[in-house]
Design a protein. Structure first.
Length: 208
């Protein structure tokens, strides 16, 4: 199975995207070249990081993760399940985030979520396997496939930053919703994961 492993893989995909889409070429020019890889090791730690980042700013999510990691030492399913709600709350986890993190930890310890098996599944199977766990929605599953497993053709259509970046890049009057940007992203197959990275980088570039 082809995966995105290195910055060179990202650069090759960017070359292909620039050749097949003028908007991608414009975004890459605005960003000053290919975005960084930003891969994380597959496993519970990465999934937990993504769960902490749901519907939060990067700064807020980083602060919560820092406190959680410092408090637990290592963010493992066993450590999460052994920690009280009060302690997790003191780290900044809301009630829903506590429940989602515990549900994922329980799924791992019960054998319902197997990261080794997950890595051998195709994108659709892996996505379905993840969203079967309470608290893991389509966005979280897509981000895990992209950043944890390095899948090359995954696009988190529900990501607001991607939608806003596409709106600005393509000069659309309205921000495309998940269905709309899914249709747009078809032109970027089979490099949609790298297209998402490009759009995130473009989103961070101040408008001219």
């Amino acid at each position: 199975m082809t995966i995105i492993k290195t910055n060179r893989d990202v650069a090759r995909a960017c070359d292909a995207l620039a050749d097949q889409c003028e908007h991608m070429a414009q975004a890459l020019e605005a960003c000053g070249g290919p975005p960084p890889l930003r891969r994380r090791a597959a496993g519970f730690d990465t999934l937990a990081r993504i769960l902490m980042g749901q519907q939060l700013s990067v700064a807020s999510a980083s602060a919560i993760w820092g406190r959680l990691e410092a408090g637990l030492g290592e963010v493992t399913p066993e450590a999460v399940l052994a920690t009280s709600d009060e302690t997790l709350r003191s780290y900044g986890l809301s009630g829903p985030k506590q429940r989602y993190l515990r549900a994922s930890a329980e799924a791992v310890t019960d054998g319902l979520l197997d990261f080794k098996k997950l890595s051998r599944m195709d994108d659709t199977q892996a996505h379905e396997h993840l969203i079967a766990v309470k608290g893991i929605g389509p966005w979280t599953a897509d981000i895990y496939l992209l950043s944890g497993l390095g899948r090359p053709d995954v696009f988190p259509a529900g990501d607001i930053a991607l939608q806003a970046a596409a709106q600005r890049l393509m000069r659309k009057r309205k921000r495309p919703d998940a269905d709309g940007i899914t249709k747009i992203a078809k032109r970027w197959q089979p490099h949609r994961s790298v297209a998402a990275r490009v759009l995130w980088a473009y989103y961070a570039v101040p408008p001219v």
